[in-house]
Design a protein around this ligand. Structure first.
Ligand code: ADP
Ligand code: MG
Length: 238
């Protein structure tokens, strides 16, 4: 695991300021949940940390090392997307193995890691299937398996449960809590779901309009929202 620290981090697309200069430090092993209305810059912040976007300004450090100019694969970070983003032509095993193959790991190590990760996410019986033969919940478990197969120090999750039904979401919520324990990774998790935020987070980051409005422990934010935007995002009584 590793701390994640951004300073003066900002992103514009042309004249549109999507992320205003932002300072935020996430501790080693913390589970931080980011909430805020659609379009406020949550995904952009995750994508900047993952190295999938180039910042307009500011620096990013992971585990105390400046990674602002590092390639995505060299950051010790993995990301899970709302849309799963699985490779349709590969089997479950092929999808999970993919990051290890790209990294040039030896065959026996790949087989070992795929088996271990599949077992931990209850995917062992599905390894030969193609993504189209899986349910939504199974697909999301494969995308999580693929993200953790290289044992990232930091796991970024962008609304990972928003395409699943409510029963499955409750079950997966427990999965994420367990995964956090088991991996010992720092987790940064974006969600629209207040219950997910309240139950999973060590700290919640509330964003609005490209800015961080407030950061704090779930119950502190609930009891003492700094403004209306925070109260709305957390579901505090008005
Ligand atoms: P969130 O994840 O909070 O819903 P995003 O980070 O996806 O928000 O987007 C924040 C804003 O940035 C939105 O207004 C979106 O339209 C804009 N945006 C995101 N990506 C791009 C892009 N590649 N080009 C132009 N605008 C973008
Ligand atoms: Mg988003």
């Amino acid at each position: 695991m590793a701390s994640v620290s951004v300073s003066g981090l900002a992103k514009s697309f042309g004249d549109t300021h999507v992320l205003s200069p932002t300072d935020l430090t996430i501790e080693d092993g913390e589970f931080v949940v980011i909430v805020g209305p659609s379009g406020c810059g949550k995904s952009t912040l995750l994508r900047l940390i993952a190295g999938l976007e180039t910042p307009s300004a500011g620096r990013i450090a992971i585990g105390g090392r400046d990674v602002t100019d590092a390639a995505p694969a060299d950051r010790g970070v993995a990301m899970v997307f709302q849309s799963y983003a699985l490779y349709p032509h590969l089997t479950v095993a092929g999808n999970i193995a993919f990051p290890l193959k790209v990294a040039g790991r030896p065959k026996h190590e790949i087989a070992e890691r795929v088996a271990a990760v599949a077992a931990s996410l209850d995917l062992t019986d599905l390894l030969d299937r193609k993504p189209r033969a899986l349910s939504g919940g199974q697909r999301q478990r494969v995308s999580i398996a693929r993200a953790i197969v290289r044992q990232p120090k930091v796991l970024l999750l962008d609304e990972p449960l928003s395409n699943l039904d409510s029963e499955l979401r409750v079950r997966m919520r427990h999965e994420f809590a367990r995964l956090h324990q088991q991996l010992g990774a720092t987790m940064i998790y974006v969600t629209h779901d207040q219950l997910e935020a309240m139950t999973l987070a060590n700290r919640i980051v509330v964003m609005a309009k490209g800015r961080v409005e407030q950061v704090g422990a779930p119950l502190d934010l609930y009891a003492r929202p700094a403004n209306l935007a925070v109260a709305k995002a957390i579901g505090s009584p008005a």
